[in-house]
Design a protein around this ligand. Structure first.
Ligand code: GRF
Length: 226
């Protein structure tokens, strides 16, 4: 693996599942120009046997097993020991302790497989989201990348991308179409956030001083729009 750009943002990723978004992020930041904005310094998971952990290890990325997902201080210690400046949730299926949310406010992103604020909130994950979209008869679903706040799926929206709902869709077919868009949009938005934070200088890096609203728009995700 090529040495990371020392001034690039140190990205930490929390993931519990198969890790397909994690893989997309790893691949995105392995190449220019994204590698100038950030690199994946740590992958942490509450599931040692998850696909996400296996993918991180295969990529030679430092990993951490979260033994107790309610233990905020020890999660924070792991993140801070790896120097994580930007925290990315990629299918992390546990509520983060308040201490972590507070420490990374304005510097923590999540991806949701629908257009928030619809079809989000407690219990809305995995196929349940797509079942609800189909049940409602929605014609458009999509992907939302948002900042993480104390409330499930309610933080400021960084970017959204629409995905059509087709007449014959099952939750599985819709999930697959949405996931493919996640893989393009999420890394591009993370890069835009990392680049914007770099531009803010030392304060932005250490204090999470990114403005919550209007900091980004879809057009910031330039690599995705090619
Ligand atoms: C994705 O659908 C994402 O929207 C949600 O969790 C899922 C993670 O999938 N937050 P994967 O592990 O990245 O494949």
């Amino acid at each position: 693996m090529r040495a990371a750009n020392l001034s690039a943002m140190r990205i930490g990723i929390l993931a519990s599942g198969s890790g397909s978004n994690l893989q997309a992020i790893i691949d995105h930041f392995a190449a220019s120009p994204a590698r100038d904005a950030g690199f994946v310094a740590l992958v942490a998971s509450n599931r040692a046997d998850s696909g996400a952990m296996a993918r991180a290890q295969a990529a030679g990325i430092f990993t951490h097993h979260i033994a107790d997902f309610n233990d905020g201080p020890s999660i924070l210690t792991a993140l801070q020991s790896a120097g994580v400046e930007l925290l990315v949730l990629a299918g992390y299926l546990r509520l983060l302790p308040a201490a972590v949310v507070v420490a990374y406010t304005g510097r923590m992103l999540n991806v949701h497989p629908a257009l928030l604020p619809s079809f989000g909130g407690h219990g809305m994950y995995g196929l349940r989201v797509h079942e609800a979209v189909l049940q409602a008869g929605a014609k458009i679903s999509g992907v939302t990348v948002h900042f993480v706040s104390a409330e499930y799926d309610r933080g400021a929206i960084a970017a959204q991308w629409p995905v059509p709902v087709l007449q014959d869709d099952t939750p599985q077919t819709l999930a697959a179409r949405v996931l493919a868009v996640e893989h393009g949009l999420y890394p591009a938005v993370i890069e835009a956030v990392a680049a914007r934070t770099l531009a803010l200088g030392a304060d932005g890096r250490s204090k999470g001083s990114l403005p919550a609203h209007s900091a980004f728009a879809m057009h910031d995700a330039k690599p995705f729009l090619r």
